[in-house]
Design a protein around this ligand. Sequence first.
Ligand SMILES: Cc1ncc(COP(=O)(O)O)c(C=O)c1O
Length: 461
Amino acid sequence: MSSNRGQETASAIVETFKRRTRGSGEWDARAKRTMPGGDTRASSYYTPYPAYMVRGDGCHLYDYDENKYIDFLNNYTSLIHGHGHPATVSAIQEQAVRGTVLGSAAEVTVEHAEMLVDRVSSLESVRYCNSGTEATHLAMRAARAFMGRDVIVKMDGGYHGSHDYVQVNVQADTESEGLPRPRLTTRGVPSAVLEDVRIVPFNDLNALEDVLRAESAEIAAIILEPVLGSGGGVEPEAGYLQGVRQLADSYGVLLIFDEILTFRTDLGGLQAAIGVTPDLTSIAKFIGGGLPLGAFGGREEIMAPFDPTHAQTIPHNGTFNGNNITMAAGIATMKGYGADEVARINRLGQRLKEGFNRAFGEKGVSLRAVGEGSIIRVHWSQDRIRNAREGALAQAAAEELPRLLHMELMNRDIFSAPRCQFAISTPMTEGEVDRAVEAMARSLEVVMPYIEEQTPHLRRA
Ligand SMILES: Cc1ncc(COP(=O)(O)O)c(C=O)c1O
């Protein structure tokens, strides 16, 4: 049964949020008349309602009630230069005058492709679509076509967007004994999908080898995020990704890296940093300069059938594929994100992580900040989280704490992903990072009565 101080703390945080965001509350009531839940994107929704952001400027966001936030959500890592990056804005304006999409082959698409292929050594050949969802969907189609097999191996807790074949164990299986069992994540996905998807835990080479040993003749590819993103910010253990590559080779299946989240962490993607070369890669987020874009590519022989003149072509369509304005924005953005900037914002990420961990220690809470590069995540345990199941169990045991911490940080002008994920953008300096650390320390003081009474296991002795 809930104690009063814990619940009072929770209510006070939500009431402060509501008082600061009255205008957003009114918009939310209006939005609910036309959209279920009043919103159109599950991952950016939070209760009692999401703040309505009306303007962005550099690394700041302003909501309808003129609260000014430091933007660590960064549209889920996709705004590498924050808001209103001058070169990107100019590129968009200039292209808008010439035409947003001309419905034909375009120089800007070629230039964008050349930049990607130059940066990512595993990308011999690339094609464009309009989202990360499409990018993983098409990478899987390419793998299946090349191998002439249907089965895909996916990680428990792996997120690859919203197409049907990856709606299996997006939420980790926290109930089965032993290995995770494949389960559809949502109603509305055909159960036949389960016939062609196998699930293994992240960081477990033995489980992967068992599946490959039993069924490699049916398996087209393994798909994985080099760091599990929505599955809890779980990092690969030393040698794990190299081991996956070796197993893929030994058993003759393809390896697809979903670098949609991790691509920003190194000029050539996380694959360059760790020295593992996948057969196919999907990329999205910041490469569109803040406009919707996805890309998938890899070995030339696997990608060749996307050539419309190929004898066994795979038709690949999309009204806005390679559209001029997104490509122009993406080129300007990538030009401004060279090796120096990658390294600088990665250092800021490190500073944020260390600052959070210092605050957790000083305030005596058993939380842990993790992450390499410019994306930092809070784990709801001090223990090392090895896979999505461990992360999900720790989060469930933290009850309302993630939500309350996120909201209290907003009350202190720090905007992060509701799952307490923080992405650095290039307009940030040490000043913004230190403000977030300070806000985290103060927020912990505010939520302490809740921790002490509702989740005492998170209090350090
Ligand atoms: C690892 C990963 N894959 C795929 C996607 C889906 O991308 P999109 O939202 O552009 O469809 C995301 C989105 O957050 C992601 O993080």
